[in-house]
Design a protein around this ligand. Structure first.
Ligand code: DQA
Length: 142
């Protein structure tokens, strides 16, 4: 069974109550459940994690790099300014699919820059929770 890590950055633990008009009504555990259901149907083991702490995320990226584990990664606000997260992600040789619930390009200008896109295999944005499932599907076909 192929293992995939699904990593989530800051404030995503507040989904459901956080700006639901932007991010939707589902909680992060609803999204986790959907990912597990997709994994079960597609012979994929899903290791789903979230942290508000940059150093914790960097540790998980090091783990993914060491184990060559493919990633679905929503770096949240770190997308736009964390060189440290980008540098850690750049060490991963297995594919990374960057995901966003919203479409950052349609939003404030500071969200138009992603430091992650340049090292990701691809980016899926704007489909709410479905962004995660589309990313898992993309990994299946790589
Ligand atoms: C986000 C978009 C980011 O701009 C924002 O900082 C987030 C969530 C998304 O999933 O749409 O926290 O990554």
């Amino acid at each position: 069974m192929r293992k995939v890590m699904v990593l989530n950055g800051p404030n995503l633990d507040k989904l459901g109550t956080r700006e639901p008009d932007v991010y939707g009504a589902l909680t992060l555990s609803d999204i986790e459940q959907l990912c597990h259901e997709f994994g079960a149907a597609n012979d994929m083991e899903i290791d789903f994690r979230q942290s508000n702490d940059e150093s914790v995320l960097i540790g998980w990226l090091h783990e993914a790099a060491e184990n060559k584990t493919p990633l679905v990664f929503n770096p949240a606000a770190f997308t736009h300014y964390s060189v440290a997260i980008r540098d850690a992600a750049a060490m991963c040789s297995a594919p990374i699919i960057e995901v966003h619930l919203s479409n950052p390009i349609k939003r404030e200008e500071f969200r138009h820059t992603s430091l992650i896109s340049g090292i990701a295999h691809g980016t899926i944005s704007g489909f709410g929770a479905n962004s995660y499932l589309l990313a898992l599907r993309a990994l299946l076909n790589l």
